[in-house]
Design a protein around this ligand. Structure first.
Ligand SMILES: [Zn+2]
Length: 64
């Protein structure tokens, strides 16, 4: 069997992680999320500005 990594998204800041607790803000994460956006340069990213993201990384567009 191949071990699959389940990605989770933070309920507070949408940060995508494998952990059950967000490494950025310490909030609980969930498996119920949709759409991933990778921010490589948040200062120049329009999406990052729209979403209020001020750090690089992967974020979920929609978190339930
Ligand atoms: Zn977070």
């Amino acid at each position: 069997m191949v071990a699959r990594i389940v990605l989770r998204a933070c309920k507070a800041c949408n940060f995508i992680t494998e952990d059950e607790v967000c490494p950025r803000c310490g909030s609980p994460t969930t498996k119920e999320w949709q759409g991933m956006v990778a921010i490589a340069d948040w200062e120049k990213s329009e999406i990052a500005h729209k979403m209020g993201i001020k750090t690089n990384g992967r974020f979920a567009l929609k978190v339930r």
